[in-house]
Design a protein around this ligand. Sequence first.
Ligand code: TXA
Ligand code: MG
Length: 327
Amino acid sequence: MTEAIPASAEGIARAAAMLCDGRLVAFGTETVYGLGADATRASSVARVFDAKGRPHFNPLICHYPDAVRAFVHVVANETAHRLAEAFWPGPLTLVLPRRVTCPVALLAGAGLDTLAVRVPQGDTVQALLTACGRPIAAPSANRSGQVSPTTADHVMEGLAGRIDAILDSGPCRVGVESTVLDLTGPRPFLLRPGGVTREAIEALIGPIGAGLSLAQAEASRGLRSPGLLVSHYAPGLPVRLHVTEVAADEALLAFGPPLPGGCAMFQLSLAGDPVEAASRLFEGLRRLDGPPSKGIAVMPIPASGLGAAINDRLQRAAAPRGSSEPA
Ligand code: TXA
Ligand code: MG
């Protein structure tokens, strides 16, 4: 059952309590409705991918009530401060380096060392984020491949029964998603045009790179910074998939009852639940990536549901190194 919650003071408090409790609550922003989850809880973030049927672990935007709280989790340069001053709250998302202390679940950022942060505008969303007191990860609240929703009814049509609640703040004012600007490269780069125009941004900070598709943009960012050739996290150790036996010097990434052997083990989901496994995937790859193991052996994971996304990421992690294909 998906509960429709009115945007009254009690409704906002209830929606915030549900989010803090790990549940999925869609909410209106000035751009489109987002499907919110506590960004610090990997299990809730995994449920977002599952509810949307998102085929890949695309990184999610983290929402904050103000710039001060956003910049506690990322390293903001002078350009970021100027943009925040001019456009926040508003439809601009900034991609910045994650701080080591950032508590956002690795899955929310798809294992990247960057994080997309945004301060949305609107009384209801502002009150909600303030009441939550933690970052809220939220992609657009539609089934994967469908158009973004701009009313609570749209969200209900796509996600009824798959999420816990919708906080109804009426139709969205802007109606297209936020502009996504990458500030981690040598110069600002427009990854997605959106609610704040390129002209408005350039009037403030000068020329920015743009004009490429997101995939091309990711590739070009990779070329400028070779460490980012594969944009999603790839471990340093070689990765072997679909294993049925584990060598003594390998670390095992287990799914279900673990195979014997190996020198280390991380359990993705003893019960064989792909949602739980997704929430632990990036954590597991990181934990196992180092001595004494010489490689990471991964047990087979069924390809259904979130298993497709898990297998997609594992295949990238296992791909020959130096591949120039953007992830
Ligand atoms: O207006 C919006 O931005 C809405 C509302 C709900 O805030 N959200 C939204 O989220 O459109 P989503 O997940 O549908 O789109 C997020 C975009 C994706 O293209 C994703 O790849 C990109 O932002 N993105 C997120 N984190 C990123 C990162 N660390 N680096 C590069 N791109 C990132
Ligand atoms: Mg979307």
